[in-house]
Design a protein around this ligand. Structure first.
Ligand SMILES: Nc1ncnc2c1ncn2[C@@H]1O[C@H](COP(=O)(O)OP(=O)(O)O)[C@@H](O)[C@H]1O
Ligand SMILES: Nc1ccn([C@@H]2O[C@H](COP(=O)(O)OP(=O)(O)O)[C@@H](O)[C@H]2O)c(=O)n1
Ligand SMILES: [Mg+2]
Length: 209
């Protein structure tokens, strides 16, 4: 085993010892995932890990993968799983917490299968922020976070990737009874009210058989 493999194994083992509780937060670009994750963190003690934010930070850190990541993000493409999973695992360990909202991941079948194979972590459940495309487009164009990929041309590419690659992941979890769907077109307050119900009734419930 090479040193890189050994290090990654070590991270995986140390993470597993913590018995992490993971909720995947999925939905199209601009559906409000990041906004609501911040709310959930405040009320329910989760650590929020946005795959997109971690990838942007990796670009800004001047890492050797930086240019590749930036080019892919500017095209709305999904970065190879090994890169994103390593960032997620590192952030999970460093947080010291064991409850995580993983936002914007898994975004395709490769993400999903690789995360499961590497970490052996099954999500508690999967939140799906369902929002019409026109509304998501409006929100992104008003987001003003200075993101290079928030331009109309890249936004359209991201919508296509969402439909072709990310929706099948949501279907995968739907078939396994794991999806909690939210009407994300509602106001920020109304969406959070719906999330509060989900988090107070589903999480940490003891299942007796
Ligand atoms: N329910 C909502 N109604 C209107 N605007 C919203 C709502 N939720 C989020 N926004 C705004 O829409 C933009 C995109 O939200 P964000 O949380 O970044 O979405 P995502 O992480 O899914 O791309 C932000 O400017 C945010 O303030
Ligand atoms: N699992 C992921 C998540 C994001 N990304 C990249 O990061 C970009 C921005 O993701 P994001 O989650 O910050 O975007 P929003 O859904 O918040 O608009 C995506 O369009 C992809 O290029 C990825 O490659 N793999
Ligand atoms: Mg986001």
């Amino acid at each position: 085993m090479g040193t890189a493999d050994a290090a990654s194994k070590d991270v995986t083992v140390r993470l597993a010892e913590r018995k992490p509780i993971v909720v995947f937060v999925l939905g199209g670009p601009g559906s409000g995932k990041g906004t609501q994750c911040a709310n959930i963190v405040q009320h329910f003690g989760y650590t929020h890990l946005s795959a997109g934010d971690l990838l942007r930070a990796e670009c800004n850190s001047g890492s050797e993968n930086g240019t590749m990541i930036q080019n892919m993000m500017n095209e709305g493409k999904i970065v190879p799983s090994e890169v994103t999973i390593e960032l997620l695992q590192k952030a999970m360990l460093e947080s010291g917490n064991n409850k995580f909202l993983i936002d914007g991941f898994p975004r395709n079948e490769e993400n999903r299968a690789a995360f499961e194979a590497v970490t052996k972590i099954e999500p508690e459940f999967v939140l799906f922020f369902n929002c019409p495309q026109e509304e998501m487009e409006r929100r992104i164009l008003n987001r003003n976070q200075g993101r290079e990929d928030d331009n109309i041309e890249t936004i359209r590419k991201r919508f296509k990737v969402f439909e072709e690659s990310s929706l099948p992941v949501i279907e995968y979890y739907k078939a396994r009874g794991k999806v909690r769907e939210i009407d994300a077109a509602k106001s920020i307050e109304e969406v959070f009210d719906a999330l509060k119900v989900i988090f107070t009734t589903t999480v940490g419930k003891v299942v007796t058989t």
